[in-house]
Design a protein around this ligand. Structure first.
Ligand code: HEM
Length: 165
């Protein structure tokens, strides 16, 4: 009987030790891999990126006309939510899906690339590391097929304006 109790107590100690090691490993792995949102620099940094990005879009003659009828403060709120959500930040995107939001705009690949370039410049201005920028871009790239009208080439010049060359 006493032996049974001793065995029980040592099994309990063993399990508690195992639990402690498991918790330590979990804490270490959480610390070892910050989310992309954290690697960008969190809310303040992402907000700064979105501010720069919106300004660049509005200055960019290759694409600014597509936003002529848009509410830019709503766009800023939604693009922030979306970038926050896809980089595992604490946000929920509340806008339309990418196909629905862009269908009427008749966008082509060159315009998509122009917008991507503006986002790279925005990241650069806010000093987000290039490796992190590329990770975000990799998440956005598959959206091209929903944003761009297949086989469409928009009329007019595709030349980059001076401020983004
Ligand atoms: C991966 C690329 C893109 C992403 C992630 C993106 C993201 C978004 C988001 C989140 C919205 C708000 C949706 C809503 O209103 O519910 C939006 C709207 C809009 N986007 Fe994009 N977009 C992309 C590409 C483009 C491109 C290439 C253009 C034009 C060159 C563009 C022009 C617009 C315009 C004009 C609106 C506002 C539409 C409206 O006011 O109804 N987007 N986009």
């Amino acid at each position: 009987m006493r032996l049974d109790k001793l065995r029980e107590a040592s099994t309990m100690r063993y399990l508690q030790g195992f639990q402690a090691v498991l918790l330590m490993l979990l804490a270490m792995s959480a610390h070892a891999s910050p989310t992309l949102y954290e690697r960008i620099g969190g809310q303040a940094k992402l907000k700064a990126v979105v501010d720069e990005f919106t300004n660049l879009i509005l200055e960019d003659d290759r694409i600014n006309f597509t936003f002529a009828d848009s509410d830019m403060s709503k766009f800023k709120k939604l693009i922030f939510e979306q970038l926050c959500e896809i980089t595992q930040g604490p946000c929920k995107y509340t806008g339309r899906d990418m196909h629905e939001a862009h269908a009427k705009l008749n966008l082509d690949n060159a315009q998509f690339n122009a917008l991507a370039e503006d986002l790279y410049i925005a990241f650069e201005r806010v000093h987000v590391p290039y490796r992190v920028q590329n990770k975000v871009m990799a998440l956005l790239a598959p959206m091209q097929r929903d944003v761009v009208k297949p086989g469409f080439v928009a009329p007019g010049t595709q030349k980059a304006p001076a401020n983004v060359r």
